[in-house]
Write a protein that binds this ligand. Structure first.
Ligand SMILES: NC(=O)c1ccc[n+]([C@@H]2O[C@H](COP(=O)([O-])OP(=O)(O)OC[C@H]3O[C@@H](n4cnc5c(N)ncnc54)[C@H](OP(=O)(O)O)[C@@H]3O)[C@@H](O)[C@H]2O)c1
Length: 284
């Protein structure tokens, strides 16, 4: 059986849809801390189980019958290493024969603050003895398209990325790759640096908003502290503003760039162009 944690999340749902194209629903276990959120999957023949990273003793029983497990990294930044530790320990004592984990692009060298918990999780996996693959995901294009309406409102896109190039891909691309890796017949230990085929600067992204909408949007590059302050004044909590400003500033040195084309090789087609994802977002 193939199981996916965080199945109620945006990536998780897309992975489940991909799995449905590869294996029978009876072979899929969707794991979520709130199973009510994915009750629709049950009606499609998928097994739905409660799986809360914060309840370690419940995790191994929830993995009964699971051979290949996709661990989608938790969204609770700052608590993730301990949460992932609980999942890895449960996998190690249950029948899981292969675990794939969604890490961050170039986790071992990434200067992003976000990489710390991912790297710690990778180390836990290595120690666990469970055969594993690392899906080191680059940025979702949707991280940027989500803020396109606000940029349009103000005619300005803010960031601290300078001329740093970002090799983003759509969530759907990463989900497709995850389903492919999870359903391999004889998965081997592997590290996949996954990123988009094309890269863009935030100035390119602002230009794309302008081109698609017909309304001018300019990119304003700010020092990290000023960008953080702008995010706080827009209503973001301090921790999230810190995290976003840190990621944006570190990306100026190329931390979110990758030209290995590993993702398109794995999914056997080009990754979704930034402009396609943006067009979809602006139509929505
Ligand atoms: N590469 C990127 O650009 C990027 C961007 C953002 C995030 N990420 C990472 O990639 C992950 C997946 O992305 P996404 O877009 O699918 O995020 P998402 O929509 O926020 O989904 C996060 C998932 O994690 C689950 N979760 C959180 N805490 C949990 C817990 N204690 N126990 C069990 N499940 C828990 C959530 O459950 P609920 O539905 O109950 O909340 C949800 O299913 C994120 O969690 C984050 O680690 C990557």
């Amino acid at each position: 059986m193939y199981a996916v944690t965080g199945a109620s999340g945006q990536l998780g749902r897309l992975v489940i849809e991909n799995l449905l194209g590869k294996v029978a629903p009876e072979k899929i276990v969707a794991l979520a801390r709130d199973p009510a959120k994915i009750a629709d999957l049950k009606t499609r023949g998928i097994t739905v189980r409660t799986f809360n990273y914060d309840s370690p003793s419940t995790l191994a029983p929830a993995l009964e019958g699971v051979e290949h497990l996709l661990v989608i990294s938790s969204s609770e930044v700052g608590r993730r290493t301990e949460q992932h530790r609980a999942v890895i320990e449960a996998a190690a004592v249950s029948g899981v024969t292969f675990l794939a984990y969604t890490s961050i692009l170039h986790a071992d060298t990434s200067p992003l603050g976000l990489a710390v918990e991912h790297l710690a999780t990778e180390a836990l996996l290595e120690k666990s003895g469970v055969p594993y693959a690392l899906l080191r995901n680059g940025w979702y294009t949707e991280n940027y398209t989500a803020s396109a309406p606000i940029a349009l409102q103000h005619g300005a896109l803010l960031g601290s990325t300078g001329n740093g190039r970002i090799s983003a891909a759509s969530r759907a691309d990463y989900a497709e790759a995850a389903a492919i890796v999870l359903t391999q017949a004889n998965p081997a230990k592997a590290i996949y640096e996954l990123a988009g085929d094309e890269s863009f600067t935030l100035a390119d992204f602002a230009q794309a908003i302008t081109d698609i909408s017909g309304k001018p949007v300019e990119y304003h590059d700010l020092p990290e502290a000023e960008y953080k302050a702008a995010l706080i004044s827009a209503g973001l909590p301090d921790w999230l503003a810190e995290l976003l400003a840190n990621s944006s500033a570190r990306a100026s040195g190329g931390a979110l760039f990758d030209d290995s084309h590993t993702l398109s090789s794995l999914i056997e087609h080009p990754t979704t162009p930034m402009r396609s994802t943006l067009e979809k977002a602006l139509q929505a």
